[in-house]
Structures are given as structure tokens and as C-alpha cells.
Write a protein of this length. Structure first.
Ligand SMILES: [Zn+2]
Length: 207
């Protein structure tokens, strides 16, 4: 049985032919190369080696980009939206159910913290996509980009809304359900981006 490795994400496929589409990153068969016995050990030891990040280029910006990828700035920074947004949404729900306005305020500060982290999240995500995954435009990366645009937009709307109408969740009105729906949309967007990121990073480790 032949083995084929995806040159974008490192997924290894067994079979006579490379797969139509990489199940991890969505790259086409042209991105697969056959793994021979010599490099097999190296290809199976887990996540693609960060030392092999291509184009170790010169110049300050290029050096920053290299460090961003090598030191995992994207997976580090995504802990902000993925860790804080679920708590903020839980706070919003408790605020509605038990009419606790202090939790509403706490959740607003959570949202602002996440919003401020988004430039780092998006920039490091873009650089990692370009350098580590060759900037392939497969559905996996497109969904991640759309999810981040949705997340930033909804975050901005929720923060501005909350600043204009601080008690939106405590006062009984139909607007608060719209507000809650938007926060669930935000949760879905960061969850989807995080899920696909986990799929890319842990695709081989779990096998
Ligand atoms: Zn792949």
C-alpha cells in the first residue's frame, strides 16, 4: 500500500492514489506527494516540523512573521475568543434569567477584551495560513476567514449596542432576544473557527 502525504497540512493517506481532497485541509490531489520508506519515519512523528517552515527570509517583517509561526502566536492568541466568549455568553444568559446586571457589565468587559485581541488573532492566523499552509484557498480556510469576519462584526455590534443600552438584557423586551441570538452567533463563529483550527493542528496527533 502506498502512502501519500499532504504537503499543506501533513495528513497521511494510505492507498494506491492520493485522495480527491485532503480530509483535514481540503487540498486537492496535486498537493500530495508519495511518502517513500526513507522519509516515512519523519513524516509520521506528528505535527509538521516548525523548523521546516519554508522561506526563512530576511528583513524585519519577514523575521517577525517567521517568529509568529514558529512560536505559535495564532494558537496562543485564539484562546482569547475561544476561552472568553463562552463565558461572556453564559453571563448574558444568567443576566437575563436572574436579572443580574453586574454580570451584564462583566460580560461587556469580556467582549471588549476579546475585540482588542482580534487584530493579533487575525494577523497571526493570516501569516500562519500563508507560511505554514501555503495560503491554499480550500473550504477549511475560507470558512475560518468568514468566521473571523462574522466574529469581529458581531463583537463590534454587541459592544456598541451594550454601550448605548447598558441594561438591554435585564429590561424585558424583544430586543434582548436579538442581542442573545447575536451572542450565540458569535459563539458559533469562534467555535467553528476553533474547531477547524483544531482539526488542522491535531489531525495527525490523534491517530
Ligand atoms: Zn491537507
Amino acid at each position: 500500500m502506498k502512502k501519500w502525504e499532504c504537503s499543506v497540512c501533513g495528513y497521511v493517506h494510505e492507498g494506491e492514489e492520493p485522495p480527491e481532497k485532503c480530509p483535514v485541509c481540503g487540498a486537492g490531489p496535486d498537493k500530495f506527494f508519495e511518502v517513500t520508506a526513507v522519509v516515512e519515519g519523519a513524516a509520521q512523528d506528528g505535527i509538521p516540523d516548525d523548523d521546516t517552515v519554508e522561506e526563512r527570509s530576511t528583513g524585519f517583517i519577514a523575521m517577525l512573521n517567521d517568529h509568529m509561526v514558529k512560536n505559535h502566536l495564532h494558537p496562543i492568541s485564539v484562546h482569547s475568543p475561544n476561552g472568553i466568549v463562552p463565558i461572556a455568553v453564559v453571563f448574558f444568559i444568567i443576566a437575563v434569567v436572574f436579572k443580574v446586571s453586574s454580570l451584564e457589565t462583566a460580560a461587556l468587559f469580556n467582549m471588549i477584551a476579546v475585540f482588542l485581541s482580534m487584530p493579533v488573532v487575525i494577523l497571526s492566523g493570516y501569516v500562519t495560513w500563508q507560511k505554514k499552509y501555503q495560503g491554499v484557498s480550500t473550504s477549511v480556510f475560507k470558512v475560518k476567514i468568514v468566521a473571523s469576519v462574522v466574529a469581529v462584526t458581531v463583537l463590534a455590534v454587541l459592544i456598541i449596542w451594550k454601550l448605548i443600552q447598558p441594561d438591554v438584557l435585564v429590561v424585558a423586551s424583544s430586543a434582548r432576544w436579538v442581542f442573545l441570538m447575536l451572542s450565540l452567533l458569535l459563539l458559533g463563529a469562534v467555535g467553528m473557527a476553533g474547531h477547524l483550527g483544531g482539526q488542522l493542528v491535531f489531525s495527525k496527533a490523534k491517530k
